[in-house]
Design a protein around this ligand. Structure first.
Ligand code: SF4
Ligand code: SF4
Ligand code: SF4
Ligand code: FES
Length: 966
């Protein structure tokens, strides 16, 4: 373990994880208790508990191989047999439920004998190359052989050892070694029950039976999505992580939080020294309950990728090579530039962008730096381009800018409506939980222009897929609400008790107008009226109906209107303030929620309190010791426009890549070029950093302490398990810059920053690192009234008192198809990649998605003479780019779709400056385009390639200078 005092004290000695604290079967959920005796010991457990679990909970160990408490009981290995007074034979304890008065014996001679016989059979068919086996020391078969006291194998050891069986190494992250398989089916069941993909099966019978990816193809070519659940479940070395095979067993671990999506999965970072051996999903993680996806589980290699920026660098112009300098010189250079610019162009000529990938503490410090050290409110965050309408819409209607539920709440939903989100790709672990509920019978409504994966998957079929035209969300939600009120399905009791009835009456009159009927809206949305009516009835009469939405809701010219429309629908049907209901924005990046909570917006201080409120401002002024400007500062689009106009001169960007992620790339890069000083703090030379004058090395989530807040408002710890490659954590860099600017910032540890956040933010006042250590995580609001946090919001009342129904008139976007641009482009994400791809493209995840492609309907493709895989030009009124086509009926005729994970594909060269009326969130989801076959990259792509090459060379020559002078 590290002796570095800043390495978190919660780093623990490693112990085998597979068998640690596994109770064999899931916990039973019952208020009824059952009492029995196990080996003479009195035990009381909830009804429905297995005998195995009751025994293990009471401290009585029972051998097992096919059982795991992450899976339903299966009863195939027969190792867990027991004797039960009055019952014949030897029942398997994993599949036998407790009964009142039952007397169980787990250790009789007959039971021991039977177990040894079972083990003999397993061992006679096993390679027994334990000393060279990757899971030596963490193998349940080894343990069980010891536990049952196996001393001889009557069938001999020269049975089939299967060592000639070919290993499946098709997946870069794990290996399938069939020689070691004991056919316990745990992997198959994990894939079905935990992940919901059903990619595995057992082929053959008896000793010849074998696990196989369905269709009997290698793992990589199968339906497997590389979530790792089967690897986690496997009790032997049959399925093992390649990193474990290469490095051997870990030495220590720390509990930390995934730095990818907004699910916020908890992981054990299992380490050897400062090397990650593997990331194991934490069974006690409240957001993921031991599950993971390919990104968090396996795609951590970017942290040690040779492309990491490892030294601060400066240059006077973007046409010069970088000069590698020490931290002091870089910080002095950056601070000097900012001060000079402010002297010449005024205090408002500089600003900063916080990161949704950095910790709460880091984000808080960047906005503090801008407000206190820069002396203005020109701070914004990438939530501007994703979920800012959520903030506006939910705050207006419900009074708080956050999702209302825990993820677990979905297990109580009777109807799940997914609008403009693609959880299986963008929020995969939550999608698995959602799928579990859907397989158990909940009904699904999907509103999306594309047939996302959820619409039809094993044992799941959406009851309604409302395949609407891009840009018509508001017309659709209004039509659903129209059905609710005109067919008398509103919950009058809830409305009268919990909502502003005057606002409700106004809204009701508005929504009941014939122009909002499904029949009228059909020509706008393209969704048949009968389908809308049926979906509205299903939602309204569900009992518990939950809405989950994503960027397909927010990234529109009416993003904020749609969020309010969703909240109206939930209020009208009383689907708020209870388990199984709610309105839930699925946040894209790991800390979007946190970045917003921490006061990253130009108009809001931490806790969503307006900068113009003198009382709120006064609290911060007295704590920070400065005067704050009462007027909101620039949003990102304003900063970019002002830069192009020559009024905005310097920008500090921590952990964001506006040059790739923001719309109308050519406008963004023109703005970046126009800056006199661009300071980028990042882990790689991203697209924005290519325009920088100061490049400050960022630290990954493995290199720092802090917290992330996920989409369910859950604050979870991030733990330092290795030193930052350039010596400083991101928060330390912000402090250094602030100090150099003359505004002192001194913290010993991020826990001190959190203490300041808690002191200044009412919804965080109970949050502390001690609380997180004790609970693992906590959902805000966490304060004196709710010291253990808040799982479900709005149970009794709304933060604004009464829920506010807001009229939501549909206004068609200005972005319309024309003869010149006859198709509508919409964009989205793919499972293996994360946002701009800077991290995931530097891992083996690239194997699943090595380029962005544009999906086009067969009719549109045929009309244009486009074949699958062909290069096509996509042209909008602002730009052109070239990608390969995928011809698919997954998109509607008239709609094309692409991902945006690769900079050279230039998806945002095409997207326009249109934005949400309330928040300026860009209208990524609707761009009128033409698509035609082409034979060469676009002009932009050629210019981009030239510029990128020059910048890579500038970086490489900086490295060479240091190499030759050292
Ligand atoms: S990695 Fe996940 S999806 Fe793939 S086979 Fe295993 S459990 Fe199934
Ligand atoms: S691969 Fe592992 S989990 Fe799957 S059946 Fe074989 S031993 Fe069991
Ligand atoms: S990317 Fe998201 S779903 Fe995947 S492990 Fe990380 S937090 Fe979980
Ligand atoms: S653990 Fe009970 S039958 Fe396998």
């Amino acid at each position: 373990m590290s002796s570095d005092p800043t390495v978190d004290s919660t780093v623990k000695q490693w112990k085998p994880y597979r068998r640690a604290d596994d109770f064999g079967t899931p916990a039973a959920q019952s208020d009824v208790s059952v009492s029995l005796t196990i080996d003479g010991q009195a035990v009381t457990v909830p009804e429905g508990t297995s005998v195995m679990r009751a025994a293990i909970e009471a401290g009585v160990s029972v051998p097992k191989l096919c059982a795991s408490d992450s899976l339903e009981p299966f009863g195939s290995c027969r190792l867990c047999v027991v004797e039960i007074e009055g019952r014949k034979g030897f029942p398997a304890s994993c599949t036998t439920e407790v009964a009142e008065g039952m007397q169980v014996s787990t250790q009789t001679p007959a039971v021991a004998n039977l177990r040894r016989n079972v083990m003999e059979l397993y061992i006679s068919d096993h390679p027994l190359d334990c000393l060279t086996c990757p899971t030596n020391g963490d193998c349940e078969l080894q343990d069980m052989a010891g536990a049952v006291g196996l001393r001889e194998v009557r069938y001999g050891y020269d049975g089939a050892n299967h060592l000639s069986a070919e290993k499946d190494k098709s997946n870069d992250y794990f290996t399938f070694d069939p020689s070691k398989c004991i056919v316990c089916s745990r992997c198959v069941r994990a894939c079905e029950e935990v992940q919901g993909t059903h990619a595995l099966t057992i082929d053959g019978r008896g000793f010849a039976s074998m696990v196989a990816a369905s269709d009997d193809v290698p793992f990589f070519d199968s339906e497997c999505v590389s979530c790792g659940a089967c690897v986690q479940a496997c009790p032997t070395a049959t399925l093992a992580e390649n990193s474990l095979i290469e490095m051997g067993q870990p030495e220590h671990y720390a509990i930390t939080t995934c730095a990818y999506c907004g699910v916020g999965c908890s992981f054990r970072a299992e380490m050897k020294g400062e090397q990650v051996v593997r990331m194991v999903p934490n069974k006690d993680g409240h957001a993921n309950h031991g599950h993971s996806c390919v990104k968090g589980r396996f795609a951590f290699g970017y942290a040690t990728h040779p492309d990491r920026i490892t030294s601060p660098m400066i240059r006077d112009s973007i046409h010069e090579p970088w000069r590698k300098v020490g931290w002091d010189e870089a910080i002095t250079f950056a601070a000097g530039r900012i001060q000079a610019i402010q002297q010449q162009h005024g205090p408002l000529s500089v600003g900063g962008i916080t990161s949704s990938r950095c910790t709460n503490e880091e984000t808080y410090l960047v906005q503090k730096l801008v407000r206190a050290a820069f002396g203005n409110n020109n701070v914004d965050t990438c939530a501007r381009v994703c979920h800012s309408p959520t903030g506006y819409g939910l705050k207006t209607t419900l009074g708080e800018s956050a999702g209302t539920q825990t993820f677990d709440s979905v297990l109580d939903a009777d109807v799940i409506m997914v609008i403009g989100a693609n959880p299986t790709d963008a929020h995969p672990v939550f999608a698995s939980q959602m799928k579990r509920r859907l397989r158990a019978g909940a009904k699904l409504i999907v509103a999306d222009p594309r047939a996302i994966g959820l619409v039809r998957s094993p044992h799941i079929e959406a009851k309604h897929h409302l395949q609407l035209r891009p840009g018509t969300n508001v017309a659709l939600v209004n039509a659903m609400a129209h059905v609710v009120v005109t067919e008398g399905m509103e919950d009058q009791g809830f409305i009268e008790a919990r909502c502003d009835t005057d606002a409700y009456e106004t809204w009701r009159t508005f929504i009941a107008k014939p122009e909002h009927s499904p029949e009228h809206s059909e020509s706008i949305t393209g969704v048949p009226a009968a389908e809308v009516r049926a979906a509205a009835r299903l939602y309204a009469e569900a009992g518990n109906a939950a809405i989950y939405y994503g960027l397909g809701v927010t990234e529109h010219s009416q993003g904020s209107t749609m969020v309010m429309g969703i909240a109206n629908l939930a209020m009208a049907t009383a689907n708020l303030g209870k388990l199984g209901g709610g309105v839930n924005p699925l946040r894209g990046q790991n800390n979007v929620q946190g970045a917003c909570d921490m006061g990253s917006f130009p108009h809001e201080l931490p806790g969503y309190r307006h900068i113009s409120d003198p009382a709120v401002r006064g609290e911060f002024e007295s704590c920070w010791g400065v005067s704050l400007l009462p007027e909101p500062g620039y949003r990102i689009p304003n900063m970019l426009d002002a830069a192009v106009n020559g009024e905005f001169k310097a920008l500090y960007v921590q952990g964001e890549d506006v040059a790739q992620s923001d719309p109308d790339t050519q406008h963004v890069t023109a703005a970046l070029r126009a800056l006199d000083c661009l300071i980028v703090q990042d882990i790689f030379l991203n697209e924005t950093a290519k325009y920088a004058h100061v490049l400050l090395p960022g630290s990954t989530f493995l290199e720092k302490n802090g917290t992330f807040t996920n989409a369910e408002r859950r604050i979870s710890p991030v733990r330092k398990v290795m030193q930052p490659v350039a010596g400083l954590e991101d928060w330390e860099v912000t402090c250094a810059l602030s100090n150099a600017l003359g505004y002192p910032m001194h913290y010993e540890h991020p826990r001190d920053i959190m203490a300041e956040i808690a002191a200044l933010t009412p919804t965080f006042s109970g949050v502390s690192y001690d609380l997180l250590d004790r609970r693992g995580s906590v959902q805000w609001p966490c304060n004196a009234e709710r010291p253990e946090g808040t799982e479900i919001m709005h149970e009794e009342t709304f933060p604004i008192g009464k829920g506010h129904f807001a009229p939501t008139p549909f206004v068609a976007t200005d972005e319309r198809t024309t003869r010149k641009y006859p198709l509508l482009l919409t964009t989205g994400r793919i499972l293996s990649q994360y946002n701009v791809g800077a991290q995931t493209r530097r891992t083996s995840n690239i194997n699943w998605h090595d380029e962005d492609r544009v999906e086009i309907h067969p009719e549109d493709a045929e009309l244009r003479g486009i074949a699958d895989g062909q290069w096509v030009g996509i042209t909008s009124r602002v730009g052109e780019t070239v990608m390969r086509a995928v011809v698919t009926d997954g998109v509607l005729p008239g709609v094309v779709y692409t991902t945006f994970h690769h900079p050279e594909s230039g998806a945002n060269v095409v997207t326009t400056e249109n934005s949400d009326w309330a928040t300026n969130c860009p209208e990524y989801k609707v761009t009128a385009v033409q698509v035609v076959p082409v034979s060469q990259p676009s002009d932009w792509q050629q210019r981009h390639a030239d510029f990128s090459d020059r910048q890579e060379e500038a970086l490489a020559s900086a490295t060479r200078v240091e190499t030759t002078t050292s």
